[in-house]
Design a protein around this ligand. Structure first.
Ligand code: GRF
Length: 222
């Protein structure tokens, strides 16, 4: 059997998206995928405890404002795990350009809104859902996009809508969005790992035709 596709995660928070990836790719029916490690941007991040319980390797980014030092640490750690796909799951720092370049087209981010709306620097966590509720928007959602050198700007791989209901608070919207994240992120990573979506040289997202033509998308149980 071919070597499993090796998936590394970068996170800063509780790690529920990391957990969704581990749950999805550690099942017996997914021998071709493996979450090989998580890099936390700070000590004490809840994702580290999840990694320990799941038996997944972890590393902690050294506190440094020096981009080169951060880039060197990330590149060395990801190379050490022979990472093929890198997933930012609640990672609160900008990814240094050398890391983006080294993993161009193989590094994804998940954002809890329909980018480009409600995205960009400073738009994270409850702030996003507060802005959505205050805007009166009736629909928000989840975005998975390829990472480039800016926050939340890279080419979009997929999105899923989430309704905003009367009486919603940022917390109730956030919970509804997070539940969708936990399904959309593993599906997006699987699409990239299986090659039915890719980022081509000029930065356009290419989905394979047979995926859309097949009934699989609408009938699949993932
Ligand atoms: C998620 O809402 C994700 O969209 C955002 O940060 C949050 C991370 O949550 N980027 P968790 O740490 O995965 O629970």
């Amino acid at each position: 059997m071919a070597e499993p596709v090796r998936i590394a995660v970068l996170a800063s928070g509780g790690g529920s998206n990391f957990q969704a990836l581990v749950d999805r790719f550690s099942r017996r029916d997914t021998p071709g995928r493996r979450v090989v490690g998580v890099i936390a941007s700070r000590e004490g991040a809840g994702v580290l405890e999840r990694a320990r319980r799941a038996g997944v390797a972890s590393a902690i980014l050294p506190a440094s404002t020096d981009d080169d030092r951060t880039a060197t640490f990330l590149l060395r750690t990801l190379a050490g795990w022979r990472s093929e796909i890198v997933v930012l799951a609640g990672y609160m720092k900008l990814v240094p350009e050398p890391v983006v370049r080294a993993h161009w087209g193989r590094i994804l981010n998940i954002h809890p809104a329909l980018l480009p709306s409600f995205g960009g620097q400073g738009m994270y966590g409850a702030r996003v859902h507060r802005a959505v509720v205050d805007s009166g928007a009736r629909v928000t959602g989840v975005t998975v996009h390829f990472v480039d050198e800016a926050y939340d700007r890279g080419p979009i791989l997929c999105q899923w809508p989430v309704p905003v209901l009367a009486g919603d608070t940022p917390a109730s919207v956030g919970a509804r969005v997070l539940a969708v994240e936990h399904r959309l992120l593993p599906a997006a990573v699987e699409a990239l790992a299986s090659g039915i979506v890719r980022l081509d040289a000029d930065g356009r997202v290419r989905w394979s035709r047979e995926w859309f033509d097949s009934e699989r998308f609408f009938n699949r149980e993932d």
